[in-house]
Write a protein that binds this ligand. Structure first.
Ligand code: ASC
Length: 129
């Protein structure tokens, strides 16, 4: 539990922000916007996998107000929302695994895409645009 709803909102936002930084850098490497570095890619994938376990705790009841892009319907569909977060964790773990094993670029790209689709699917449904 958190000291206030604001702390819960900040907690989850920070986790998403760290995830976006790590994931975005991986995307840049895959797209050739940055030089591909397999060690760095694997480190970033491990970060995303670890961070994917953080936000759920921040979606306590009563944290749908204030400076947040989270739509109130999250709290009316918490089972679906939690399932999506767990799918993100599963797919982020798979991405971390294939990255740590220095899988080929095609395998990395597919695992990356699976995670990106989780991000986007949830944003399209539960995030203000
Ligand atoms: C990112 C980021 C997201 C996702 C999403 C994937 O790098 O910040 O929110 O990927 O754009 O479609």
């Amino acid at each position: 539990e958190f000291r206030s709803p604001e702390h819960a909102v900040k907690y989850r936002q920070k986790a998403f922000s760290l995830m976006a930084h790590n994931f975005g850098d991986m995307g840049d490497m895959l797209k050739g916007k940055k030089e591909f570095d397999a060690d760095k890619f694997a480190k970033r994938a491990a970060n995303v996998a670890a961070l994917s376990h953080i936000p759920a705790e921040g979606f306590e009841p009563g944290t749908d107000k204030g400076e947040t892009d989270a739509l109130p319907k999250i709290w009316d569909n918490m089972d679906d929302f939690n399932k999506r977060l767990m799918d993100l964790q599963t797919d982020a773990a798979a991405l971390a695994k294939v990255s740590a094993e220095k899988g080929d670029k095609r395998a990395l790209g597919q695992a990356f895409k699976n995670v990106a689709q989780n991000c986007k699917g949830c944003h399209d449904t539960y995030k203000k645009d």
